[in-house]
Design a protein around this ligand. Sequence first.
Ligand code: R1P
Length: 266
Amino acid sequence: MTKQRPLVGLICGSGLGLLADSLKNPELFPYADIPGFPQSTGRLVFGEMKGRSCVCMQGRFHMYEGHSLGKTTFPVRVFKLLGVETLIVTNAAGSLADGYHPGDIMIIKDHVNVPGLAGLNPLTGPNDDKFGPRFPAMSSVYDKGLRCLAMDIVKQMGVAQFVHEGVYAMVGGPNFETVAEAKLLHRLGVDAVGMSTAPEVLVASHCGMRVFGLSLITNKVVRSYDDEEQVNHEGVLEVGKMRSQSLQTLITQLVGRMDMNNNTHT
Ligand SMILES: O=P(O)(O)O[C@H]1O[C@H](CO)[C@@H](O)[C@H]1O
């Protein structure tokens, strides 16, 4: 049991679990002890960031682990019931855009939900009107005010040259992309690809949360048959650890400066 009533929720991507360690006065709840959560390692961490009450998923659930999309996104609805109004999602992703490099950060402007286009959507099934409408709009899902604030912060941090704004695509995984798939995603206008985030964002947006998303670029996605480079998960985690300090600074500042009544910032 916690008495905290967080307004901000944070989901840590692969290799980015350290983000939760910046919470002050933490209270920890292993997923295995929380009813309805998939039996999995990882935990919810409640605590304060810049004096603001937050809850953080240290470890997320993925479709490729065999969880239903309902289970994968269940924590987001728990966040909503706890009072969370703003969701910050982070992930590790491979880059397709020219000019992106491992270690760069991408502020997510929009997404392509590849499984969603094929009908794999956490909002499928009877709609629970208590949470949101049957047919939610998704044309402005990643909050513009928060994206502008994040850009201001990265300029002040002096790291703007490593930060982009772009389009994330979710694929089902667990395999990384073939060259043909990479070419297809690139032609679709996708800048970075991963195996998470879109379902959580859909559920958060459906229930009226403000959403902000960040991808850490951990590898280049191979788009040429002449390129012998091979992505691997260990490499993804390593880049995550290397860059989690900058991400932590960015997120802490964002949480400290965001307007808690949604939309604008100080
Ligand atoms: O999206 P997150 O969970 O950050 O992790 C990304 O990195 C893992 C692959 O290395 C996959 O889980 C992919 O989705």
